[in-house]
Design a protein around this ligand. Sequence first.
Ligand code: NIG
Ligand code: FE
Length: 411
Amino acid sequence: MKVLLTHIEELLQVRDSAPIMVSGKDMAKLPTLKNAWLLLDGDRIADYGSMDVLPQLEVSETIDCSGKMVLPTWCDSHTHLVYAGNREQEFVDRINGLSYQEIAQKGGGIVNSAKKLQETSQEELYRQSAARLEEVMQLGTGAIEIKSGYGLTTEAELKMLRVAKKLAENYPISVRTTFLGAHAIPSEYKGDKEGYMDLICNEMLPKVAAENLADYVDIFCEEGYFSVEDTHRLLSEAAVYHLIPKIHVNQFTALGGIAMGVQHNALSVDHLEVLTEADIAALHGSKTMPVALPSCSYFLSIPYTPGRKLIDSGLPLALATDYNPGSTPSGNMNFVVATACIKMRLTPEEAINAATINGAYAMGLSQTHGSITKGKKASIIITKEVPSYGYLPYAFGSNLIDTVIINGERL
Ligand code: NIG
Ligand code: FE
């Protein structure tokens, strides 16, 4: 089925041949085409051009986009979208003065979510997660990474990844999955982190690999969770199964995990709210994408990743939601883009690049997502009538999305 979009006020992120990512000063450049048309053929972008030279085309449907922007769907490269229940009590505890770390020390946090998830059936977990996935698709996300990490037993970790895989089968959105067994030390292993690391390496990893449940491996490298040495051990073991690292690092403390991730050719290092000069130096010359999660900083009232500094130093940056029940109960990439502009001083061009082309890179989807390029997936956002694309992050509280098409399917 061919769909033609006409009279597009401005077609954003148009690249005849797209780079796999944009870094430094190039992040400030967002190629656009004004007064444009765009042709979608089935699940692919077929062609585009200026309305001044619109060829005669046989199409099944025409969408008039007068006054509207069209852009590639958001690429959310870091989420924990599969989870059971919520943690609004911890939210209230934080309002009343407890810190995120204090709540975790009292048995809340990740292990609290793990307990809930272990008690939830796979069917119910699917139902809760599907509702969230449908919500983020309506908000313009067309590709998403989903982690395990709220299971913390072999069975429950596998259950999470099976749910993520089933979501991938049943929805048009592109899904990449990540094994995050090393998210926290479960209560049964309190005081025996080595024992839990053994379980992850000797039992979980082989089973995840045998069922082909994950594309990536992740670890929470942080004080009170897993050390740089644990990170080295896990990433070495995971490499045997060809699982590429995408790691949680430098959220609260800088331990040297970034250099370790880079040493293991991590596709991305995520969070980075606390960064040293050595961390930034480690990223230079690497292929590892730094990923900022500004709605996590917003929700936890912790520092924002110094994205301005990273970009000014010549590095790339990607933006993702971190959608999860504890630190970011929101999967809204529009809010992430706006918050990156408002709180991290990214320009709208930089934020849109970070949430599309660089997000696609951070989940290994550069060939199919992240730009308006012939042959890439027909996954696009049509906005409401807006005066400019800068208006999207500016009007941060408004839903400015009119239509979302994912993989050729109009929602
Ligand atoms: O990315 N920081 C580690 N993991 C998640 C939050 C986990 C939770 O609180 O449930 C994150 O923020
Ligand atoms: Fe996370």
